[in-house]
Design a protein around this ligand. Structure first.
Ligand SMILES: [Zn+2]
Length: 88
């Protein structure tokens, strides 16, 4: 019958119980978009905290970028037209 070679030290034995008091993390749902969320934290998907927008999200920035690209494209169109006229 196999037998442990050495006695397990108190530190090694007691470290087994070190994580006994840990509890699973509390997870709530965002009131704005229902995304899973740690409690007392800003929602990373919609940027809301306590019903108020407090943070710009990746999606917000993407939408703004698209809008600016649209406006710049509209501005550049007449310039391109004038450029063609100049070539003719
Ligand atoms: Zn949210």
């Amino acid at each position: 019958m196999p037998v442990p070679k050495r006695k397990r030290s108190r530190a090694r034995r007691d470290s087994r119980f070190a994580n006994k008091g840990l509890k699973p993390a509390a997870i709530a749902a965002c009131a704005q978009c229902q995304a899973p969320l740690a409690t007392h934290q800003v929602c990373s998907s919609c940027g809301f905290y306590k019903g108020r927008k407090v943070m710009t999200t990746k999606l917000d920035r993407a939408l703004k970028r698209k809008e600016t690209q649209k406006t710049s494209a509209q501005k550049s169109k007449p310039e391109a037209g004038s450029g063609e006229a100049g070539q003719e």
